[in-house]
Unconditional design. Sequence first.
Length: 253
Amino acid sequence: MSLDHLFISYARNDAEFVNRLTKRLKSLKLATWRDIDALRAGEHWQASIDKALSSAAALVVVLSPRAVKSAYVAYEWAFALGAGKTVIPIIAGKIARASIHPRLSGLQSVDFTKRGKPWLRLIDALESEVSDAQRSEKAQIRAAFEIKSGKPKKVGNEYVILLWIERIPAGATRATYEAHHKSFKPPRWPERNPGANFRTRMQSYGDVLLSADIRTPHGTTRIETTLYNALLRTHAQDQDRAVRRALRDIRRN
């Protein structure tokens, strides 16, 4: 994922959640901006916030009972929308839908109060903000269901999935894939076939964060995606019912 900084809009009472959010985003090599980290003593805070909003790739607004009543939070997301920025609402506390401003309630949100995989859905939302031009220049993990007898192949309750890397860096000699979930054993495995775009296989019944460390003469390049997003790029236009059902299975589990 290649973004400029993500502006984090939040109420101070939600600092504990925002600390975890910021730490997780930074682990994915995403730059974040929030007032407590970026503002210095004596600095004109309003001008600094406006500058950070203007230069942000997107704004993540953390919604909670306190945040939906905050004039400062409202100013930040309204500024971002007015500047044509993408705003991604995160539901971080139990709030009535009626209390969310109509301009936010109409946006696709990520709900951290419900069961599921909100971290993966947030990564999907952030990845969708990478422009086609940016994506076309960078290495990218791709995935596809292995098809057998016209249907996605399964071993037990797991789908067999083909992985490869598009636009591998020049001189790349090895890619080490990792499935970031404790159920994968081993979670990391290397491939040394750059001529085949580091093609490999994995099995999974649900969504998971994937990464690949690509070794080159100039160092190591790390790329990430969710399995669902990688599959969706390949199968988004596929009208086969079995494939569509497999995509739903991966997203739900």
